[in-house]
Design a protein around this ligand. Sequence first.
Ligand code: ZN
Length: 299
Amino acid sequence: MPPIPAWIQRKRLIIPISVTLLSMVALVLTQAKEHSLWIQDSVVATSDGTLPKQPVCPAPATPDPLLGARTRKPGRWVGTAPLAKEVPIVVMAGHADSQGMNSAGTPGFAVGVNKQAPMDARMRDELYWNLKVQAAVVLLGKARALNISSYNPPALTIRTDNHPKTNWSQARVRSAKGEYILEIHFDAYSPYGFGSGLIPAINRPLNTIDESLGKAFGRFPRLFRGGLGGPRRGISILEIGMLEPPLEQNLRNPNTQRQTIDCLALRVVDALEQGVNRSPDGGGNGPQGLDPQTNPADG
Ligand SMILES: [Zn+2]
């Protein structure tokens, strides 16, 4: 038998190595595919309105990593009127019936300054995010056994303020019955916005939910801008934060959107829960024992 040429010997060695390499590459590719499928699955699993079991949310801080700046126009009111645990809480989306009108809400930094496309052409971006947060708050609130529901007007534009289906009209009727009306808003971007905070209703005594939301989000003066239409009708306006980066980016980025909305909802629901569980003397008394109804610090 003639000696085996060196090039064939080399080839025999090379073939098994190539086969091994190929199967390793195939294995890695398969795993990568499985991994990306798994990521897609988990996105699908949380975008159908269900909340992730344990969202990892940034803790409140100054400046706040989730909300951005607290209002630069703070009020000093305190809410002490006690509320029953089962008080009905109605969550509304700000500007839900005023699209195409002067009071349509902020377009946000992305649309207003960067000229990006709106999230939904039928509405200002603020309403788009108000609706998302509203839905998440009600979902989580129900899971926490709060007596909570949402109200949404039947049309995006209702030109008559006193139409019985507007947020304002519904708030006036429901507030008179003792329900707590919370309207979700995002504040304008800088330099027009003020930051996050609660503008409490002014048609009733300030209560323990006003107090816990004020603690969690900050406090606007009780008579902000001379008393807005909503608060006069029993609406507590919650400015979640300014609709600008990084909050707006986190909302617009599909990879962080669900998490951001859920974390915002968690902040709101935690505060609502504290608001209905506290006793009247559970820390609600003001720093100087001021009567919240006559607090001269308003405005
Ligand atoms: Zn608004």
